[in-house]
Design a protein around this ligand. Structure first.
Ligand code: C2E
Ligand code: CA
Ligand code: CA
Length: 701
């Protein structure tokens, strides 16, 4: 570099300005620093800096405004935004305004220097491009270039002498019709340029097209052809005339710029931007052809440590080797089918830092993605030899799948990233699917639910559903079971199996229970008031809630408040409540019995207590757990247990309810065994109270 590259530093912190300018000067740059936006703009005009390092927060104007103005005055000045407070929005805006890069303070000196070097490189290319464009524009206007006249069959009637200089073929070779123009056009480009010709024929008969030709020495050149189709009176093509221009240099510069914008400078892999474009195309393909695809987010473990101890130089080398190994996996992978269509190829890209992202298209099954991840981990585990040093690394991989984990670019990338963090949490050097990482975040969900539960009652987010219980012989509804649900504002309907234990932990079970009891009894009376015959309503009490000392008092108070006959209330308790022969439990049960309230043992058969022991407890009914009912006819054990439970209950003169009845066969079997009542999806799912009215008036069929 002859003259020193000029760099403008714009920052309102004097200390920061000074240190940065000193560093830049030490690195051989001509640094100028200013504190105000206005001064920066004046400087930019006079000094025409190559690179501007701009702080976002300035006293008189925002760094983004400064950048916008600089870019307007001198588009080739490369702006790098440096900022102390990182916000995604300002980063995006900076890049949209044409910032070359965006860095956080405190910045890493070496990283900053690399970025500055690349920015200078980019400016050079852009400047050269601008120059050559102006040059060519001049040429087009002043010189006819290589003028020709030809026919529709590509034969040449006349061509400029200069064709020799361009292609190495003599003018005479074309003139004598020994050669056609098509002979030197690159085959792949023929279709494309024919299309443009036919299009022009339909419109104004003139066209400009860019394509490649092969010279006599085998070089490939890009040319631009601007032509006019000349027709005779009857509309037939008479001839074509125009001029060629060599645009190879321009194309090269364009490619360089494209590469700088779409490829990572260190590994030459596609960058985030290009990856998103690939993914977008692959998604469209997968949607059209109903295919499965996967995004693998790979993060090297402890890469920063390597970078810090061995230096950026070794760090960059390592990234390049990692890129090579990942590319090799995709090349070799026989798991991934390949199509002719460009849209269905798998890619590796680097998102920056130590993050690599793989796109696997057209998988046969999710497991294929796991295989690739496994192979990637294996490849990484082999030693890297860098500058005669052996280095060992590992990685953590997160996998998201289309369509199950997301249907758009952002969701898939975000979910793969989430899964990657989960892999890190699992101790690194492993891979995780997004679905599984979500399962683990149920701990997060628990946290949310636990926190929100307190307000649930207050905000009336709890609701009761009712499931009919029927007499097995008449199939008439003789009662309902109240089942609670929580309509969470963000998470939707939450199951009681999920939040009842949380309510117990949080000490909220008592008020919830009372609310259920009150609501269920009021509802039951409301049905009666609407003209339906009195029926029973069953309310569940969890193990813990029944142990509350005040339980009997609470129940009798609620019944009194509402004015419902105690005989219409059934309390459902699980075996667990009774196992330990606690005097208090027995006393509570006896008191309930005295009041005339029914007690049923829920989920019977799942505990390890025999009915024989339970006979000491005063209760009225048992509900055979649905796991036995489900297996009736299929598993001998279940069938035998059901038979035995019903027979024993008969002997003890207990009422038997079968829950979870889903099929006609189950019903028939239960009827033969002399079961009393049934409840299950065969008749109705748990439904809101309004739907019960419907069922009561029309009956269940
Ligand atoms: P549970 O008392 O055994 O309630 C029966 C469960 O089986 C209900 O689930 C019901 O929807 C489901 N079910 C009914 N028929 C069928 C069927 O044919 N097939 C299948 N597969 N399932 C059927 P749900 O409503 O999710 O309730 C789950 C558990 O939550 C209940 O089990 C109960 O232990 C508890 N629970 C529900 N409401 C309350 C409440 O208000 N308070 C307390 N403490 N616990 C409650
Ligand atoms: Ca129940
Ligand atoms: Ca049950």
């Amino acid at each position: 570099m002859g003259t020193k590259a000029r760099i403008l530093v714009v920052d309102d912190e004097p200390g920061f300005r000074k240190t940065l300018s000193d560093i830049l000067r030490a690195k051989g740059y001509a640094a100028v620093s200013v504190d105000k936006g206005k001064t920066a703009l004046e400087m930019a005009k006079d000094e025409n800096p190559i690179v501007a390092l701009i702080d976002l927060k300035l006293e008189d104007m925002s760094g983004l405004e400064v950048m916008r103005e600089i870019k307007q005055r001198s588009p080739v000045t490369q702006c790098i935004v440096l900022t102390g407070n990182a916000s995604q929005a300002s980063a995006i805006e900076a890049v949209n305004l044409g910032a070359y890069s965006y860095m956080h303070k405190p910045y890493d000196v070496e990283q900053l220097m690399v970025t500055i070097r690349r920015a200078i490189e980019k400016r050079e290319v852009e400047r050269a491009l601008r120059e050559s464009e102006t040059k060519y524009r001049l040429l087009i206007h002043n010189l006819p270039n290589i003028v020709f006249k030809g026919y529709r069959d590509w034969s040449v009637h006349f061509i400029d002498d200069k064709i020799d200089l361009l292609t190495g073929y003599k003018k005479e070779e074309f003139d004598s019709r020994k050669m056609n123009w098509a002979d030197i056009v690159v085959k792949e480009d023929i279709e494309k340029i024919k299309k443009i010709f036919l299009q022009a024929l339909k419109t104004d008969k003139s066209y400009v097209r860019e394509y490649r030709i092969i010279t006599k020495t085998g070089d490939i050149l890009w040319i631009q052809e601007g032509s006019q189709i000349v027709c005779d009176g009857s509309g037939e093509i008479e001839f074509i005339t125009g001029a060629f221009l060599d645009i190879t240099e321009r194309k090269r510069a364009e490619k360089k710029i494209h590469d700088l914008a779409y490829y990572d400078g260190v590994t030459r892999l596609p960058n985030r931007q290009l990856f998103r474009e690939h993914l977008s195309r692959a998604l469209a393909y997968a949607k059209r052809h109903k295919r499965l695809l996967a995004v693998l987010f790979l993060d090297l473990d402890h890469f920063k440590q390597i970078n810090d101890t061995l230096g950026h130089h070794v760090g960059d080398l390592l990234l390049r080797r990692v890129a090579d190994r990942l590319k090799k996996i995709l090349r070799k992978s026989d798991l991934i089918t390949r199509h002719e269509a460009d849209d269905s190829i798998s890619y590796v890209s680097r998102f920056g830092g130590d993050e690599f992202v793989l796109l696997l298209t057209d998988l046969k099954q999710p497991h294929d993605a796991a295989n690739v991840a496994q192979r990637a981990l294996y490849e990484l585990s082999k030693a890297f030899v860098l500058e005669e040093r052996e280095i060992f690394v590992s990685g953590s991989i997160g996998i998201s799948l289309y369509p199950s984990d997301g249907e758009d670019i952002d969701t898939l990338i975000k979910n793969a990233d989430t899964a990657m963090y989960h892999a890190k949490n699992q101790g690194r050097n492993n891979f995780q699917f997004y679905v599984d990482s979500v399962k683990v975040t149920t701990s997060e969900r628990r946290l949310i639910l636990g926190t929100d539960l307190r307000g649930a009652l207050e905000h009336e987010e709890l609701i009761l559903y009712y499931q009919p219980q029927l007499d097995i012989n008449t199939e008439k509804i003789i009662g309902t079971e109240a089942l609670i649900r929580w309509l969470h504002p963000d998470l939707g309907l939450v199951s009681p199996t999920e939040f009842i234990p949380l309510a117990e932990e949080a000490g909220l079970i008592e008020p919830i229970n009372e609310w259920v009891l009150r609501t269920a009894c009021s509802q039951n009376l409301a049905w009666q008031a609407a003209g339906f015959p009195p029926m029973r309503v069953a309310v569940n009490f969890s193990n813990l809630s029944f142990k509350q000392r005040r339980i009997v008092k609470t129940i009798s108070r609620v019944l009194r408040d509402i004015g419902m006959a105690p005989q219409l209330l059934e309390i459902e308790l699980t075996e667990g409540t009774l196992v330990r022969n606690e005097k208090e439990t027995i006393r509570a049960l006896e008191q309930l019995k005295e009041l005339g309230i029914c007690v049923a043992i829920d989920d019977f058969g799942t505990g390890h207590f025999s009915l024989y022991h339970l006979r000491h407890y005063p209760f009225d009914a048992i509900k055979i757990d649905r796991c036995f009912i489900k297996d009736i006819g299929a598993a001998q054990d279940s069938t035998a247990i059901t038979t035995a439970i019903i027979a024993m209950a008969r002997g003890l003169q207990l009422r038997v309810i079968a829950e979870g009845v889903e099929t006609q066969q189950q019903l028939t079997f239960l009827r033969l065994q002399d079961c009393d009542e049934v409840q299950g999806y065969l008749f109705s799912r748990p439904v809101p109270s309004n739907d019960i009215i419907q069922l009561l008036s029309t009956g269940i069929t």
